[in-house]
Each structure stands twice: as structure tokens, then as C-alpha cells.
Write a protein that binds this ligand. Structure first.
Ligand code: CAA
Ligand code: NAP
Length: 240
């Protein structure tokens, strides 16, 4: 049995590609989701990867879910905090609920996902923490004050965790995808989406597999001295 990898939001979109890539690389993968039972069931049927349902925004549910995964599969050595949502609106129209939902899921959700696995990683002197941030956390985005704040915050989390984990053999890194062809991007009105694609020098959306390969590298033994870093994969749309 390979190392155990947990992928939050691992049943659809970018997370689905990450789960499949890690499975192909020999990991025993657990994928979580929030509520789309049908997509999760299809994913498990196609891949054999076990899925678990909990809300990453809730600490108690995350801790209980993680304990269940470890009881079923063994200690989690690779954690990919991928679950995320958008609630876009220009700032003057953004409702406090839209701010809160995104903060709770994309930022607090990362705390809730990593905090329960961190003590075990420290004890075992090995761990890989990979957070899926975004190009929009690097550059900001019209109508995404909430989302950009969380994705920039995710970069602060990995830079701090990297310093705390380095002596214990734990690395923490981020991947900042550009616009990738998943349901999240397909939810953007078509005309707006077309204009976004026009701003990507590569002339296309990225593919989930292109992000999954970055994650697989950061999870591997080859990346042990890469810690607190960000891999940007955005088709040349933005340079840090
Ligand atoms: N820059 C400058 N002005 C813009 C703009 C932009 N990017 N987008 C819209 N505007 C302008 C509009 O032209 C409009 O101007 P007027 O009032 O002069 O006509 C004004 O802002 C208000 O626009 P709307 O009335 O259309 O605003 P709305 O309340 O209907 O909201 C929207 C529409 C939510 C902003 C919609 O345009 C949208 O979804 N935009 C895309 C936002 C985006 O890129 N989200 C990323 C989602 S994918 C993701 O998040 C993954 C990832 O990490 C990359
Ligand atoms: P997606 O297709 O909408 O899939 C989201 C996944 O996250 C689903 O499995 C969903 O579960 C799960 N999820 C959402 N909220 C959750 C919660 N509260 N608790 C547990 N699971 C939850 O999204 P995606 O495009 O693959 O995005 C994945 C990550 O990449 C997100 O963090 C996103 O911000 C980031 N990202 C995406 C892009 C892009 O262009 N697509 C670019 C940069 C960064 P259900 O299936 O149950 O809904």
C-alpha cells in the first residue's frame, strides 16, 4: 500500500484529476466532497477511490471525517486542501453572507483540513501539505474581493506552515491555477468567460490534469527541499 493522500473536493473538477493522478502514482487516496452525492458515486464507481462527505467549513466535521479516513486507510501523509467555492459579486453588491461563505470554505476550510493531520505528520517526521490557491489570490479579480482574500490568505498559510514544519520533515506549498475548464469556470457567464480566455496568452483554459501534475510533483519525495513555494500554472496570464 502506498502513502495515504487526502484530497478535499476530490470528487469533481481539479480535485478529481488530483485524486486520479495520485492514485496512478501509487497513493491510497481518500476524496471528500460537500453534497453532490451523484457525482461522488460516479467517481467512486469509475475509480474505486473511497469518498467521504463533510463540510470543510466545519472544524468538528473535518476532524471526525479525518479520524474516519485514518481508521479506514491509515495515517494521512499527503493532504491536498482543494475544496473551494466562488460567490462572485462586485464589492458594492457583495452581501455579508457571500463574504462569510467563501471565507469559511476557502480559508478556514484549509485550517480545518490541515490542523487535524498536522500532529501526526510532526510525530512521523514526514508530511506533504498542498493548498490549491488561485491566480486571483495573486492578482486580485473584479467581483472577487471575498475569493481573492481567501486565496491570498492560503499563500500566507503555506509560507507559515513551511517554517513550522521544515524541521519535522513536512513541506507546505501552494499551486496557483489560472482559469481551468471546470464547472466553477463554466458558471461564469459565457461572454465574460470568452473575454477572460482572450486575456490568456496560451489562448485556452487550462486542464485539470495540468494542475494535478503540479500537485503530484509537490507530493513526491523529489520535492523535499521545496517548501513555502507557489507553483503558478496559468498559461502566462500573470507573473508574480
Ligand atoms: N473589469 C472592469 N469592469 C468590469 C469587469 C472587469 N473585469 N467586469 C464587469 N465590469 C463592469 C461591467 O462592464 C459593468 O459596467 P457598467 O455598469 O458600466 O455597465 C459593471 O462592472 C457591473 O457589471 P454587472 O452589472 O454585469 O455586474 P453583475 O452584478 O451582474 O456581476 C459579474 C457580474 C459577477 C461581475 C460577472 O461579470 C462575472 O462573473 N465576472 C467574472 C468574475 C470572475 O472572473 N470570476 C472568476 C470565477 S472562476 C474562479 O474563481 C477560479 C479561479 O480561481 C480562476
Ligand atoms: P469545482 O469543480 O466546483 O469542484 C469543487 C469541489 O469542492 C467539489 O468536489 C465540491 O463538492 C467540493 N466542495 C466545495 N465546497 C465544499 C465544502 N464546503 N466542503 C467540502 N467540499 C466542498 O471546483 P474546481 O474548479 O475543481 O476548483 C477546485 C479548487 O481549485 C478550488 O479551491 C478553486 O478555488 C481552485 N481553483 C480553481 C480554478 C478554476 O479555474 N477552476 C482556478 C484556480 C483555483 P461537491 O461535489 O459535493 O459540490
Amino acid at each position: 500500500m502506498g502513502r495515504v493522500a487526502l484530497v478535499t473536493g476530490g470528487s469533481r473538477g481539479i480535485g478529481e484529476a488530483i485524486s486520479k493522478k495520485l492514485q496512478a502514482d501509487g497513493y491510497t487516496v481518500a476524496a471528500t466532497y460537500a453534497g453532490n452525492d451523484e457525482a461522488a458515486a460516479k467517481f467512486t464507481e469509475a475509480t474505486g477511490i473511497k469518498t467521504y462527505k463533510w463540510n470543510v467549513a466545519d472544524y468538528e466535521s473535518s476532524a471526525a471525517g479525518i479520524a474516519q479516513v485514518e481508521a479506514d486507510l491509515g495515517p494521512i501523509e499527503v493532504v491536498v486542501a482543494n475544496a473551494g467555492i466562488t460567490r462572485d459579486a462586485p464589492f458594492h453588491k457583495m452581501k455579508p453572507e457571500q463574504w462569510k461563505e467563501v471565507i469559511d470554505t476557502n480559508l478556514t476550510g484549509v485550517f480545518n483540513t490541515v490542523h487535524p493531520v498536522w500532529p501526526g505528520m510532526r510525530e512521523r517526521k514526514f508530511g506533504r501539505v498542498i493548498v490549491i490557491s488561485s491566480i486571483n489570490g495573486q492578482k486580485g479579480q473584479f467581483a472577487q474581493v471575498n475569493y481573492a482574500a481567501t486565496k491570498a490568505g492560503d499563500l500566507g498559510i503555506v509560507k507559515s506552515l513551511a517554517q513550522e514544519g521544515a524541521r519535522a520533515g513536512i513541506t507546505a506549498n501552494a499551486v496557483c491555477p489560472g482559469y481551468i475548464g471546470t464547472e466553477m469556470v463554466m458558471a461564469v457567464p459565457e461572454k465574460v468567460r470568452e473575454s477572460i480566455i482572450g486575456q490568456i496568452p496560451a489562448g485556452r483554459l487550462g486542464e485539470p490534469d495540468e494542475i494535478a501534475r503540479c500537485v503530484a510533483f509537490l507530493a513526491s519525495d523529489d520535492s523535499g527541499f521545496i517548501n513555502g513555494s507557489t507553483i503558478s500554472a496559468n498559461g502566462a496570464q500573470f507573473f508574480v
